[in-house]
Design a protein around this ligand. Sequence first.
Ligand code: ATP
Ligand code: MG
Length: 587
Amino acid sequence: MDTDVTYLGKVIRVDSSTVEVEISDEIPSSAPIINGRLYKIGQIGTFVKMPMGNITIYGIVSSVSNTSSKDDESQIKQIVGSRFLSVQLVGEKIGDDDFEKGIGTYPTINDEVHIVIEKDLFDIYGEKGSGSIEIGKHSSSDNLSVYVDIHKLILRHCAILGSTGSGKSNTTVSILKAILNEYVGSRVMLVDPHGEYSSAFPTANSFKINDIKSPLYIPFWLMTFDELAFFLVGAKPSDDQKVEYRLLREWVTNYKKEHYVLKSGNVNPDFITADSPIPFSARKLWYDMNWRLNATFSEASKDKHTKATVQEISAGDHSQFKPAEFEPYSMGNAAPYKSQHKEFYSYEKKLLSRLKDSRYDFMFDPGDYKDHNSPKDLHHLLKDWIGSDNKLAILDLSGVPFEVLDIAIGLITRFVYDSMFWGRNESYTGKSRPLLLAYEEAHTYLNKNDNFSYSKTAVERIFKEGRKFGVGALVISQRPSEISETILAQLGTLIALRLTNSSDQSIIKSSSPDNLNSLIDLLPSLRIGEAVIVGESIKIPSRVRIKLNNPRPASGDPELVECWSKEHKAEVDDYKSVVTKIREQRT
Ligand SMILES: Nc1ncnc2c1ncn2[C@@H]1O[C@H](COP(=O)(O)OP(=O)(O)OP(=O)(O)O)[C@@H](O)[C@H]1O
Ligand SMILES: [Mg+2]
């Protein structure tokens, strides 16, 4: 018998990446103590190793049974409760080289199999190398730090997935904190639809819709023409045959071309289209539509309905939604004549009501970014979002009406991506200063069942092409089975927390970058804050405990028992403020 205390048994079957191991009859205990630590043989998810001369092959126990898959005799010896282990091979270590994923040499029948002890794990994970961050401690040992390679974590994209309350937000905070603390030139933009992260990052640049101190503005003129027409007047690209749609496109193009002298630099008007992100006044658009519909003229002929013949009493003020006033048209065939331009009849009212809806002010009345005369331009927005000294910008979208969340995230993502694409060779951005975009609650706006979604289109582009221009993405979600397949297919690293729903589990299995079903099968039984991490950025697929951060994201459960244990008294008037908040959609 092999006297090595770590000796476990022998390989009895090899099958591409799985081997079957027969546990020796003669091992002294099913729970040996080695160097003062207790090891339990045959625990799913634990590692075993197969030394073969200079090479050591590592694998993960994926199933344990009393019968071998080739064993149909019934003389089963009960030594450690179970006799056969299925082991998924994960990687190998040659001599003193670092551990590497993937198998070059396979074990053969009768090769020895040993328990992996703490020292082996230290050898695998090694010291903290440059370019890595500590993500947590290995589940099997509080002393064993697990590191991830941040280059791969970020530029090959990653996801944090798990049921509600499994610890996703806390994991996100852990990762971002490690990045921000260790890398002075890092930069991260976090899309936060529930407004939970400002409390965890008190020094970050935090912007919030309708906030007085640091408002988040997403100027409407970042939209393409089709998006703008849809959000301003409900028109669809299929309306392209309609005269009003084409006229609107012409007007928007003209406004943009007129305003080519811009704070961030002049633009050649020849290159300006209806889609160019150039400021113009939405109120002026409404005012001009109103003028065209309601003006009266001294001449009867439609061709002469111009400023020269208009019968205007007062000019009004577009910034105050005050329309121009005109002489009333006469009933008979006499001046003043009524305008014959009725194209914008339906658009004008829709536009006015949209512009007056205060819930949309962050887009259609965007403070310092309102129009071409406003003090700020897009370079200020970039500086705030991705260029600040605080390295992290939190875009708190908790005040955004659900139906505009999609376009808001779509615009933010597209604009930031464009800045990285077109700025890819600049010294201060693009490839010279990569950017991580993190998306919380991703299933709500990156949903695979939505036929069309602005945010999904924009985020998928990052997953497909961002790496080349220095843009990486992190998605966080409790419903992986609802997330866009394009996104899941491009994940380099997957951080899976406890997950109970079986359709979510099978999605994780199929999109897991390393084919390691044995670890994924552990998902329902993980503890809160414990994760299985697989993929390019981690040396070996691992089960990791993530520490609880302080300060925390504002996502903790309410203290139900405590709250219900004390008596509450509320008068009818106390509910007034809640109603006002519902009406104003702000907390
Ligand atoms: N690593 C951890 N260690 C101990 N407790 C944790 C850990 N992570 C999270 N928790 C606990 O679980 C609670 C929920 O965590 P968290 O908000 O991160 O979950 P979540 O997955 O983001 O949930 P949701 O899907 O609702 O956003 C926390 O308030 C905290 O009490
Ligand atoms: Mg959360």
